[in-house]
Design a protein around this ligand. Structure first.
Ligand code: FAD
Length: 478
């Protein structure tokens, strides 16, 4: 009988790529995990049990053929592993780095459920495509034939870019409009380099450009150019603008200097790391060095802020969250990374106002306990009377989530239907809105979500447009 290359979970333990020590990694913005060596990637991939019903795949929004590319990796057939991985995912190396695998593929891995520890799917996924880049297997897209129809995409985040890739492969003319000076959306200006190094995003942007996608950057739709002008210029338009309106905090002192929005803080830091001159960093307004920093919120954005503040040399960094650790929305892996780097979590604590005058000096904190579950099943936080105190702070970062901008008003398109949350109303399988030829994908449809969902929406929407135009989707990997 041939030697069995898989099911090694019985004899081989789960292993992650090496993680840089906290004292070293907090000195820079580089990624914290090293790459697997080939032998290690093969060994870890060989732990897969090749289940008849692969729950990893069914819990991946893109339904990536994970067992297939794990088997190909385990048997040294890396170029084929890359082809299979790339066929369902436009940016596998990005998902490998920043997907919350513990909630998706790895969290549903059968051997994880049986107590053996999940296959390290994300790290193998990253290894496969990073190797493909290194070996030159990732090629600029080259459509077999050009078509005359054009699609305008508003927003160069993962949703817009994934749609652009698929449309251009089929030969359509694609123009992406974005208000920022670099493409990538939150991959570029939201997520910090220690989770996703920026050259990983920039090389993808360049690949699309080399493949004939036109980028119109510094182009704010609704200001420099109208939505109607874009609609008139293309057969179809995709709205992929994400959600950027920060949820705010009220209470006494909430307008004081030193209380800032997470997105402004993270964008400034990412810009600085690109080498841009950022006046708010130079003035100290959006810089944590030497400060007592308090971040309010318990999601992934809050985790990115606390870890950025540590790297900027804050005197202390505390994270206030109104529920406890078990009930926070952020990834447990990122919370652990933050704790290792010196962040202090203050659980069951909510802000009620701010002390100080012109500039903030502290956060007035109410202590909370968890009460009865609400309609969603989550325990509601309740105030503990008489337990208030003041947490000293000279930089407060609000990371309370995001809401959509009011596109129908901003773009003078009252007939663009939105939900009661302000997200654009679109069919989930195609992205089609009620406006003829207008589609929407990613966070602007789902509300603040995940990169992998934006990619899925972008691909599905592109396929719907291609079908409508009578074009055939090209096979993803050339
Ligand atoms: P975006 O990425 O937001 O891109 C939208 C683009 O549209 C932007 O480039 C913007 O400039 C442009 N735009 C907006 N309005 C206009 C206009 N009027 N004219 C022209 N251009 C416009 N997800 C994960 O899966 N893993 C993570 O670890 C993770 N970490 C995150 C950390 C932070 C700090 C944040 C904020 C989000 C994080 N997310 C993470 C969520 C993820 O980034 C988003 O779900 C994803 O980027 C949404 O993609 P999108 O294409 O819909 O929008």
């Amino acid at each position: 009988m041939a030697k069995q290359p898989m099911l090694k979970f019985v004899t081989v333990d789960r292993d992650m790529p090496e993680k840089r020590g906290a004292t070293v990694r907090k000195e820079d913005f580089d990624e914290i995990y090293a790459e697997f060596a080939q032998a290690k990637a093969e060994e870890q991939a060989s732990r897969c049990s090749q289940c008849g019903v692969p729950y990893c795949q069914s819990h991946c929004p893109l339904h990536n053929n994970i067992p297939d590319w794990l088997r190909l990796t385990a048997t040294g057939r890396l170029e084929e592993a890359y082809a299979v991985s790339q066929a369902t995912n436009t940016f596998p190396e990005i998902c490998g780095r920043i997907c919350p695998q513990d909630r998706l593929c790895e969290g549903n891995c059968v051997i994880e459920q049986s107590g053996h520890g999940t296959v390290t799917i994300g790290s193998v996924e990253k290894y496969i495509t990073d190797t493909a880049w290194e070996k030159g297997w990732v090629k600029a897209l080259a459509p077999a034939q050009e078509r005359s129809e054009s699609v305008g995409i508003i927003g160069a985040g993962p949703g817009g870019l994934a749609a652009a890739d698929r449309l251009r492969r089929a030969g359509l003319q694609v123009t992406i409009y974005d208000r920022y000076d670099r493409a990538g959306g939150l991959l570029t200006y939201g997520i910090p380099g220690f989770k996703l190094e920026k050259d990983v995003v920039m090389r993808r942007n360049k690949l699309l450009e080399d493949g004939g996608v036109t980028f119109k950057l510094n182009c704010n739709v609704g200001e420099g150019i109208t939505f109607q002008e874009i609609r008139d210029a293309h057969e179809a338009v995709i709205i992929a603008t994400g959600v950027y309106k920060s949820r705010d905090l009220g209470g006494p002192g909430s307008g004081a200097k030193g209380i800032v929005k997470a997105i402004d803080y993270l964008t400034a830091s990412n810009r600085e790391n690109f080498g841009d001159t950022v006046p708010e960093i130079e003035s100290g307004e959006l810089y944590a060095e030497g400060k007592k920093v308090v971040v309010i919120g318990g999601g992934d954005t809050a985790m990115d802020c606390v870890r950025t503040a540590i790297r900027q040399g804050a005197e202390s960094v505390k994270c206030l969250y109104r529920r406890d650790k078990a009930n926070m929305p952020g990834s447990q892996r990122e919370t652990q990374n933050a704790e290792e780097e010196g962040v202090e979590f203050v659980w069951l604590s909510a802000p009620k106002g701010f002390t100080g005058g012109d500039a903030v000096e502290g956060v007035m904190v109410q202590k909370m306990r968890l009460g009865q579950p609400d309609a969603s099943g989550r325990q509601s936080p309740e105030v503990i009377e008489g337990a208030d105190y003041v947490e000293d702070a000279d930089l407060v970062i609000k990371a309370l989530g995001f809401e959509p901008e009011d596109l129908p008003t901003l773009w003078d398109q009252p007939e663009l239907e939105v939900t009661r949350w302000g997200t654009v109303k679109a069919q989930f399988t195609t992205g089609a809105t009620d406006l003829d030829g207008v589609y929407a994908v990613g966070d602007i449809v789902r509300g603040a979500s995940l990169v992998v969902w934006a990619i899925k929406d972008g691909r599905d929407c592109a396929d719907a447009i291609l079908e409508k135009l009578g074009a055939t989707p090209a096979i993803a990997a050339e």
